[in-house]
Structure formats: C-alpha cells, structure tokens
Design a protein around this ligand. Structure first.
Ligand code: ADP
Ligand code: ASP
Ligand code: MG
Length: 422
C-alpha cells in the first residue's frame, strides 16, 4: 500500500465527462489499496474567465485590490473539488472535498502570488486510516492566517499545492496528471519531434520551468527538491483501467541528479515570448550608471533578466540593453524615463516582439563550447541574436519573436534531441 497525491490540471477536468474519467483514475488507485489525496485545478478556461471578469469590473487602468482578485480566482478550484467529490461518491468511493482554508493550507500575504508556509495534513491522515476517505483538495489557494483572507499561489499554482500536500502527508509519490504524458525535451506542441524524458533532474526542471516550459510551476519543483518529493508527470488521457496501480507509472520522474544514468550534455530547450527588450542609448560611461538604472527598477519590483552593455569606441558613452517581463514593460519604460536626469542618456529603444530561447543541461558543467555551436547554427539560418546570458547549466538567447519556432527546432536537432523517426 502506498500514499499518493494525484493532481489533475484544467484540461483534465474540463467537463463532467473528463471529471468522471479522473474519478476512474482515482478509483483505480483506491481499489488497489492506496491512500489518496487528490488536488484539482479549475476547469479549463475558468481561471481566465475569472481574471477577465475582474478586469471588466474595474474602470480605466486602475489596479486590482489583490485580496478581492484572490477571492474571485479561488472559486474556480472550489467548483472542481466539489464536483469530483460528488462523482467519486457516485462511484461508491468515500470522498470529501477540502478548500484551502479548511485544512488549512497557510500562505504568506502576497496575494496573487502567495507562498505556502504550512499544510496541515493531520486530519487527512486520520481520515485515510479511520474512514478510508479520499481527500479532494482545491489547488491554487490558501489562507493568510493573520488576516484570515483567502490567497492564491500564482498561475499554474495547483502543481505547488500538490507537492506541498505530498510533503505534508509524507506521500510516497506526487503524480501530476496533465494533457501530455510527461516532460519532453521541449514543448511537444511546438516541436512534434520532441522526445519524452524518462527522468529529469530537479535542477534542470527548475530551469526549464522558470525559462518558459509551463508543464510544472517553478515553485512546485523547488518544494519537491527541498522536501524530496517524488514527482511524476503523466497523462490523464491514458485509459484509467489500462494502468497497473502497483508499478511505477508511465511518465517522467523528476529526481536527483545521481538517479540519472544516461547523462546528456543538453537535456531540454525552453522558450518564452513574454519578454520585452529595452535599450538605453548613449549613456555616460561613468561609475554609478548601472546603479542609477537598475536601482529604480528594483524599487519598482521589476525583475531585470538579461543585461548587455557595449562601450562605444570613444569610451565616453555606452549602450545598455536589458530585458523585463512583458507584463512589466510599460512600467519599466516609465521608471527609466522618470530617471532620465539621474542616468543621463540620449534615447530609449525598445521591442516587445522578442523571444528568449534557453538551452538547459547539467552536462554543460563539464562540456565547453556548447553555446558556440548554437551561435553558428542560428547564424546559418540568419537568426540574429540580440542578447546572450549564460550560467552553469544553461544559456539563453534573445531573438526576434518571429524566429522562435525556427530557432527552437534548429537547436533541438543540433543537440541530438529529435526523436528517431521510424
Ligand atoms: P495543466 O492544465 O494540466 O496544469 P499546463 O497547460 O499547465 O497543464 O501544462 C501542460 C502543457 O505544458 C502541455 O500541454 C505542453 O504544451 C506544455 N509544455 C511546455 N513545455 C513542455 C515540456 N518541455 N514538456 C511537456 N509539456 C510542455
Ligand atoms: N487554475 C489556476 C490557473 O489556471 C491554477 C492551476 O491551474 O494550476 O492558473
Ligand atoms: Mg499547469
């Protein structure tokens, strides 16, 4: 007998038929004698609709009261949790739904991107033992204890709820059921030749997730790494009764680096179109300039990612290029314009039609020249590189958004990631 967390994302619970399909997956594990806590997302499209309603309720460009935004957004998951509990009961599986505040799942006060601080799993464990009851938990939400308000964890946050619950109840496994059957070398919807990985190291998954692969929320991977949770990414569309509940599931295991036998130099490629580039032209090249630019951006809570600085031939002025999340683009421009006198520059150029392509692999620690191969391959396809950053296990390139797919496919083949064709 094992204790499992089973998490189902939005597409997997998109309508009542799919919720019934999910219930069959749950029933299979319960019938095999496992103790099960299920974590669910809102039905596909519901969270987007709730966001749109919040936006429509505001006049002009005013900001949300984040507490109310969370009060609205958390309801999506409440509906799915109740519906799945009803469906399970209908199949004679003993089940009870739980909203975040009822366990409780305690979080920080950062509404719309709260961090989980503590999950009380005691009542769930008592009910596993005494009543053989399945817990159906609303993902994505929690409670800030001091204010007593409902919080949400940021988009994609149900993954994090699932891993946190798994850690709290000491689950043997946390299965993330989604609309793909594992983690691929890159988004399989964009590159049909992407290959499914049997295993991927926590560190690599962290990079993939934070650089654009949406299959797992970054914080869920961080939590899994800290608490040593065995996370499997697998498909909810596999026929529920065709799976043997006593074996390791088909899918991708996120694990420690030393559990991976076959180490490749490059494991995966991520990409993100949610970037914007800002170039500050002819800045006085003197001490304190970087502080004058990045200080106000940091104070405005804007995350700067790539930074490139060029010195002109006369050595007096410099051009400075950096990227920010597209959502912060307008605010970043405002901040830099306001600080113009303190910085001292001639003009600003900017672009939002850019994309960041990132190549990731722990093997890069011991292999030189991996990035150089990419520069050559992209040059051959006349893809211009606007900015580059590197770190121990990854490098990222900023390019024109129009070339995203071409660049990802080119690099995917270059590093031998394409699946063999029959
Ligand atoms: P859910 O609703 O189940 O949480 P998401 O839409 O959040 O699912 O995440 C699954 C999606 O992530 C897939 O449909 C796929 O298009 C995308 N994706 C991006 N990169 C990858 C990758 N490297 N491997 C697998 N899926 C990926
Ligand atoms: N429903 C939330 C979202 O769409 C959380 C999740 O699905 O993980 O972002
Ligand atoms: Mg998701």
């Amino acid at each position: 007998m094992a204790r499992l967390v089973m998490k189902f994302g939005g597409t997997s619970v998109a309508d009542i038929d799919r919720i019934r399909n999910v219930a069959r997956h749950v029933k299979r594990e319960v019938d095999a004698g496992h103790e099960v806590a299920v974590v669910v997302s809102a039905m596909s499209g519901v969270t987007n609709q709730l966001v749109a309603w919040c936006e429509a309720a505001l006049s002009e460009r005013r900001l949300f009261d984040a507490r109310e935004y969370d009060a609205v957004l958390a309801t999506g998951e409440d509906v799915t949790a109740g519906l799945l509990a009803i469906t399970l009961q209908d199949m004679d599986v003993n089940a009870r739904s739980w909203q975040g505040w009822q366990l409780p799942i305690l979080t920080s006060n950062a509404h719309a991107s709260a961090r989980i601080l503590d999950v009380n799993g005691a009542e769930l464990i008592r009910r596993f033992t005494e009543r053989k009851e399945v817990a159906v938990i609303a993902g994505f939400q929690g409670l800030h204890k001091e204010t007593g308000r409902i919080t949400t964890l940021g988009r994609g946050g149900s993954d994090t709820s699932a891993v946190a619950v798994a850690a709290a109840i000491h689950a043997d496994r946390c299965d993330i059921y989604t609309d793909v059957d594992g983690v691929y070398t890159t988004d399989p919807r964009v590159v049909p030749r992407a290959r499914r990985l049997d295993r991927i190291a926590f560190e690599e998954m962290l990079e993939l997730a934070s650089l654009g692969a949406k299959v797992l929320q970054v914080r869920s991977v961080e939590l899994g790494m800290v608490h040593n949770v065995r996370i499997f990414v697998r498909s909810s569309f596999d026929p529920p009764e065709s799976i043997d509940p006593h074996r390791n599931p088909p899918g991708t295991l996120i694990c420690d680096e030393d559990e991976i036998m076959e180490k490749q130099t490059v494991t995966g490629i991520a990409f993100s179109r949610d970037e914007a580039q800002i170039s500050i032209r002819e800045v006085q090249d003197k001490p304190g300039v970087a502080a004058a630019i990045f200080g106000p951006l940091a104070e405005a809570n804007i995350n700067v990612d790539m930074i490139v600085q060029n010195v002109t031939s006369d050595g007096k002025t410099t051009d400075l290029t950096f990227t920010v999340p597209a959502t912060d683009y307008q605010r970043a421009l405002d901040v830099i314009t306001r600080a113009k006198d303190a910085i001292g520059y001639r003009r600003l150029d900017s672009a939002t039609d850019v994309a960041k392509i990132s190549v990731i692999g722990i093997g890069m620690r011991s292999h030189a020249g991996v990035a150089a191969q990419a520069f050559r391959a992209l040059a051959e396809r006349t893809v211009n590189i606007r900015a580059i950053t590197t770190s121990e296990i990854k490098f990222s390139l900023l390019i024109d958004a129009a070339f995203t797919e071409l660049a990802v496919r080119t690099l995917h083949s270059l590093y031998g990631l394409d699946k063999a064709t029959a």
